[in-house]
Write a protein that binds this ligand. Sequence first.
Ligand code: PSU
Ligand code: MN
Length: 303
Amino acid sequence: MLIKISEEVKKALAEHKPVVALESTIISHGMPYPTNVETALKVEQTIRENGAVPATIGIIEGVPVVGMSEEEINQFASRKDIEKVSRRDLPLVIANKKWGATTVAVTMIIAAMAGIKIFVTGGIGGVHRGVNETMDISADLIELATTPVMVICAGVKAILDLPRTLEYLETMGVTVVGYQSDNLGDFYTRDSHLKVDGRVDTPEAAAKLIKAKEDYSLRGGILVSNPIPEKESLDEKMINKAIEEALKDAEKEHIKGKKVTPYLLSKVTELTKGDSLKANIALILNNAALGAKIAKEYYLLHD
Ligand code: PSU
Ligand code: MN
């Protein structure tokens, strides 16, 4: 068995019903227990309430799973032996029959294998600050250029270098659009003041972008930035101060490679006494509702 697709997701795909993919790195490495499992289940519920079937993706004993059960999500939230898996880690986790939490990059790969077109997350990886020294650029960006999945996020988190992330996406030919916004979201706040390539004001307009790419067999995905709701967004000064401090701590502690993003996320949560975590939950639920609506429109376009 190459990939294991749950009965519910298999049925939805066969009947051309809307399906939304979800990642597992945010569960295993992006949020603390038990907030991670509570959030993952709420995200699934929000997708259902908005008329689509959720498909949480992860790797269990070397087998990619599409549409995890509640019990499996619980395991991803609590086990300590779950590796963070990006594209380069994939053969190792599969061959060695390990458990793997899928990043945006690998969730896109597996979603595409299963025939899922739309994927909801909180934030994507990007070009890290200090890239001139470290060359740290997330494999998520290369995946967006390669794999035909639309990714809905709340913009790019300020732990990263936002202008360089947008430059890189441009170079790689990735379309970036703002949902009801001309600018890229700043994750914890609504506006990075950086322009994106286009704006979509309805789920239908977003769905039409996928169709346009498909009609002309254009490679790669599309990034939708859905700004955090106004009432949930954090104070800009407060969050930026926490991010600066987290970045300094990471340098002091010589955090490198795939550990960087999880380290910064947990440090920022600690420094904001949980405020950043609350905002993270709010924005992912907001993204889940939008992703489900886009999935519905996408399937209507194909009926
Ligand atoms: N950004 C967030 N929360 C996350 C991640 C990014 O705000 O949980 C996770 C995603 O799974 C993303 C990964 O794909 O971190 C990027 O890791 P890296 O920078 O090592 O590529
Ligand atoms: Mn990296």
